[in-house]
Design a protein around this ligand. Structure first.
Ligand SMILES: [Zn+2]
Length: 236
């Protein structure tokens, strides 16, 4: 898939959300803009061009990935800004690079990236909200979901301030998307060429089931009793 940087302020064709000039968008066949939430790419993290070994590996490990393109009117062409990849794929690619390149350099790069994208205080508050909403979610997922939500906002111009306004619907949306990507075969279907609508519909009931299970109050045995459809092997 290809993602573009919006050339002007506009709105998402599907959800109507305001998109600012410079935001990452997806264009449909009629060149209408869609926000990355609506096209299911908002869980991906940005990897700028520049490190070809890292790029090649991240792409290889990512079920879904997208190229980020910016048009350059003066040269009348688009330039590649980087890739959107799954963060697990990026971490794996970075691990590979650490093991075969200069380890200090690779580690510095990874730490730099994490510092850039994670707003600790926001992530903390988001994590707490998820724990309230889904007390029985498997241990550690609330942090994963919160970090994704935080990274997502970091990719949007001027959106960081809006993201600070935590509301239940943004917490629910982030969790819903997380469950779709982590607990169902949704990404595999998309990668296999299914349309988004069909793929979403296929798993909607399953996602709601999981949400219901996660919403239950924690029992006295703690999180070990929590429902996790795939068991340990789905954990990152
Ligand atoms: Zn949208």
């Amino acid at each position: 898939m290809k993602v573009h940087l919006s050339k002007w302020d506009t709105t998402c064709e599907e959800c109507g959300e305001n998109l600012k000039k410079g935001d990452r968008i997806w264009l449909d066949l009629k060149r209408k803009p869609h926000c990355l939430d609506c096209v299911e790419l908002s869980h991906l993290v940005f990897l700028p061009t520049g490190n070809s070994a890292l790029t090649r590996r991240a792409k290889k490990y990512s079920t879904l990935w997208a190229e980020v393109l910016k048009s350059n009117p003066s040269k009348q062409r688009t330039e590649r800004q980087g890739l959107l990849v799954e963060d697990t794929a990026l971490e794996r690619a970075q691990q590979d690079c650490i093991s075969d390149a200069d380890p200090r350099e690779a580690r510095r790069e990874r730490d730099h990236r994490r510092r850039e994208i994670i707003d600790e205080e926001y992530t903390q508050r988001f994590t707490e909200e998820i724990r309230k909403l889904y007390p029985s979610c498997p241990a550690g997922r609330e942090i994963e979901i919160a970090e994704h939500a935080c990274m997502k906002y970091s990719g949007r111009v001027g959106r960081a301030a809006d993201a600070k306004e935590l509301n239940p619907s943004s917490v629910h949306l982030a969790s819903h998307a997380h469950i779709r990507h982590m607990e169902t075969g949704y990404d595999m279907l998309l990668a296999g060429g299914w349309g988004r609508e069909d793929a979403r519909e296929k798993f909607e009931a399953r996602i709601e089931e999981i949400e219901t299970a996660w919403s239950k109050p924690r029992n006295r045995h703690g999180r070990e009793q929590a429902v996790d459809s795939h068991g340990e092997d789905t954990k990152k």
